[in-house]
Design a protein around this ligand. Sequence first.
Ligand SMILES: Cc1ncc(COP(=O)(O)O)c(C=O)c1O
Length: 405
Amino acid sequence: MIKNWQEKYSENMQKFEGYSIGKTLKYLADPEIISLAGGLPSPKMFPKSEVRIVSEKRLNDDIDKIMQYSAIPGEANLRKAIIKFLKRDDIHIAEENLLITSSGQHGLDLTGRLFLNPNDTVMVDRPTFAGALVAFQMEQAKFIGIDIEADGTNITELRKQISQMKQKPKFIYVVPDFQNPTGITMSLAKRNALLDISYEFEIPIVEDSPYRDLRYFGEDIPSIFSLDQKRGGGNVIGLYTFSKLFCPGMRVGFSIGSAEVIEKMTFIKEGNILNTPKYNQDICAAFLEEMNLENHIANCQKYYREKLDIFLRSMQKYFPKELGVKWTKPAGGLFLWVTLPKNIDTMELFYYAIKHKVAFVPGNVFFGENAEKNHMRINFSYASKDDLVEAIRRLSNCIKEKIKE
Ligand SMILES: Cc1ncc(COP(=O)(O)O)c(C=O)c1O
């Protein structure tokens, strides 16, 4: 019998402790807890009857192929539909620029495997998406965090840091639209300035875009990928997922980039998961082509806009601003970011809040280095409208109690 598994693991995995959000989510089994923690879209926005109809048709027409292996780069029908889908966002790609992935997290995993040696540096926002940090940590990356401002990454600081680095970072990772966890959107000027840095220092940009179509207020800003294409293209790798706009259960996404990068990612996928299930790809293709996409997007925008509005109004009413509590006001996406006075540790607040039947994600998990402890990520898409108000009331009581202690 093996007595010590630890010594059998690779050195990297011996230290690896997994996804820190996962550790907090296990406390949420209690049905009385209103969770503002996960990044879950609302099941009310899943096009369920349409999925039933197309599922039945696909299973009737194509079951032999559905039960078979599928092509590594992805199914032809989905690939065609995605190329068309991206045109509405002024992104114009050929077949060789596209790889179907099994979700957004898979795109992050492939990116990390492709670029990172142990101790390579990745530039990230402070804070940034925890799942990206985990994917890049698997390759033993180091992070340099640049503060995120109300209009995105602090570009002056990013340029200063990169200029001073002897060994340049392998890539810059950003979520420019309604960032997870802050909800912040990067301005057009900053997107262009980021590309300037990328061109000047020859550093790829990884643009992670799960929320791009979930805009509730204001005008669209061009994606960094489309701006890069106008300049000649090739510096940006775009990571996308159907998880937020359609449903996370399908685990389908896609990555776009220069032909040689995509080819390499395809090679990695071959040794990694081989292929994405055909059935799931077919349903995603039907989502793009047969389920009235524009109508669906408009419904999601309307529904989440209402929720965000209720949420912000409740925060305005209940949250103790006078005690130094601040929060972001996103124009889209699924999250906002709350900053508490510096002496409040939101990990401790989390356990206190759980006892009072409300949950959020403590902000420390979203920092690549030097984690700050006084923030929290709050999701407004999942809980019902009534529950959102009640959750804010409970949370604000917990915050007031902790600040008074
Ligand atoms: C910025 C960002 N990237 C990637 C993902 C992962 O998406 P998926 O659920 O498709 O793996 C998420 C999910 O929350 C996200 O917020």
